[in-house]
Structure formats: structure tokens, C-alpha cells
Design a binder for this molecule. Sequence first.
Ligand code: GLN
Length: 188
Amino acid sequence: MRIGILALQGAFIEHEKILEKLGVESFEIRQKKDMDRPMDGIIIPGGESTVIGKLLRELDMLESLKSMINNGLTVFGTCAGMIILADRIENEEKTHIGTMDITVRRNAYGRQLGSFYAEEDFDNVGKVPMTFIRAPYITKCGPKARAIATCKGNIVAAVQDNQMVTSFHPELNDSLLVHKYFVEEICK
Ligand code: GLN
């Protein structure tokens, strides 16, 4: 098992560390040719979705990544990574990869609740720690996607075939549960 981690901007090193603890090999994807390396899945990390989207376009990686995902490449988007994968972004015309049948609201918790921690149920895994940082949430899952976690009444994780997204940053806690789920349930 080998996972590529998009390393253009944001919290990519933390994902590498979690995968290492799980005994899963990973490598950084910084330019288009890095996507030619064999991989069983890719992680799009948190950070700033506008910056990651801009860099994906400037480096001519966006369309290739989109077709790789459409052709079955397994992908896990966290926070900004979730926004990058969303087919619909509220109040914004421009989307990015757009392969996931969800509507997201950026910075959805507002200024008061910019960052917070919670522990909530995650699909059939049980309670997992959730660190939110200026996080989006999913306002609507289309018929292709399935919600797998909620927090404060909002959808914060979803899956759709080879794709999985979380509003929160599972790589910022010691728990390996969410990455284990990705590797075992989505990358299979
Ligand atoms: N607020 C960021 C955005 O809109 C996401 C924040 C994050 O990834 N922690 O892209």
C-alpha cells in the first residue's frame, strides 16, 4: 500500500506521520510528474482551498487529478481538501476538482467558533477525535454521496465510492482511526 499526499500547501506532513504510524508508505506530490508514480490512493490535505486550487491549475495538475479520480483513484480530502473535491461550494461560482456530490459551506462555523475540538461517531468506527480549523461543513449530500459523521447537527464526513472527505483534521490528533478507515475501507 502506497499513498500519495498532495504537498502544495497546508497540513501534509501530519498525514505522512499518521500513515507512517500505520505502517503505510507515502510520498509527496509536488508536481505533475509525481502523479505518475504508482499509488493506491491520494490525500488532499487541509490548508487554504483557494491557494491549493490555484496551484493545481498553475501546475497543470487539476484536470489529470480529476480524471484519475473519475477513473477510480482513491482520494481522501480533509478540510480544504474537501472543498477542492466538492461539486458545489455555497456562494461561489468556481469549484475545483468537483468530483464529489456534495454542497459545502466554507468557514461554516463563523469567527466565534473558528477552531474547536469534538468527539463524535464516525460511520461504524465509533467515536473519533475531531479538530476543526476554520472548517467547512457539508450542507447537502447528493444521492451519490453518503454522510458518515455529524457534529453539532451538520455533516462533517462523507463517502462516495472511491472518495472520502472530512471537515475536520484527523491528522492533528494521535488517533489513527480515520486514516485506518480510509486505508482499509476506501482504498480496498
Ligand atoms: N478555511 C479554509 C478554506 O476555506 C479551510 C481550512 C482548513 O483546511 N483548515 O479553504
